[in-house]
Design a protein around this ligand. Structure first.
Ligand code: NI
Length: 252
């Protein structure tokens, strides 16, 4: 298969420390035409910028993930703005709310809101992380209406309807292939093809038959197969449409 675009991955993760360059450089041979590797703080943004400069198919984002708020400098918004001036920094992300872990919620909300305001000021897309925080996440999205992608969408079809009403898109990954993935499959059925992108969230969330192992962008084909089954399309049709969507969304 060809024309694979991974709308959300983390190639800075230490799981790739031993062979990061050989994995990344081999992706185009397997049909991968683009990867957006998401930062979780300033350090990872800088690291990923280096890879984006080295490899034509790698793009990056800059932003503070809700689980990475221990050392947010007071001038972080200026620093994010500098990153977003880079031609291959294609979104502000990943940002959002995560109530699974115990980062203080008021801190998460403040940083999320400040980054949403920055994204709207700069007119750049945002990558949204929402884990067990659906209601609060939706409240902020409704308030700021960013150009956004809710990645690894884990909400219900009801929430999906609200996201779509705001003009936003979702990305789905390996979870849709899991046996217990009822929500994810229902959302894949419901989402219009022009609002869907495919992602890995690599190195996490490998699709079946590699569940639990390290994930990388080549495994998107398993997600495309599953979505194709659900939508009555060939996997290649799914790849072509979702790649086009990702290019449009990220302005690539
Ligand atoms: Ni992620």
């Amino acid at each position: 298969m060809e024309n694979i675009f991974d709308a959300h991955a983390h190639y800075d993760d230490k799981w790739f420390d031993e062979d990061r360059d050989s994995i990344i450089s081999a992706l185009p041979e397997s049909g991968v035409v683009g990867v957006v590797s998401n930062a979780t703080d300033l350090k990872t943004a800088e690291f990923l910028q280096g890879y984006a400069e080295k490899y034509p198919h790698i793009y990056f984002t800059a932003g503070f993930h809700p689980e990475c708020l221990d050392d947010v400098p007071t001038d972080y918004l200026d620093k994010l703005e500098r990153f977003l001036e880079h031609p291959k920094c294609v979104a502000l992300g990943e940002i959002g709310l995560d109530y699974h872990w115990d980062t203080p919620r008021d801190l998460q909300k403040r940083i999320f809101e400040e980054q949403l305001i920055l994204a709207n000021k700069l007119n750049v897309p945002v990558i949204i992380h929402d884990r067990e925080a659906h209601q609060d996440t939706m409240d902020y999205l409704k308030k700021y209406k960013p150009k956004g992608l809710v990645h690894c969408f884990s909400g219900s079809v009801e929430m999906l309807k609200e996201v779509l009403k705001l003009g936003m898109s979702i990305s789905l990954g390996g979870v849709v292939t899991f046996k217990n993935a009822r929500h994810s499959v229902e959302c894949a059925e419901y989402v219009p093809m022009d609002r869907l992108m495919l992602e890995t969230d690599a190195p996490y969330l490998s699709p079946v038959p590699f569940r639990g192992q390290r994930n990388d962008s080549r495994n998107i084909v398993y997600v495309a197969e599953k979505i194709g089954e659900i939508k009555g399309m060939t996997p290649q049709q799914v790849l072509d449409i979702t790649t086009e969507n990702a290019r449009k969304f990220y302005g690539i």
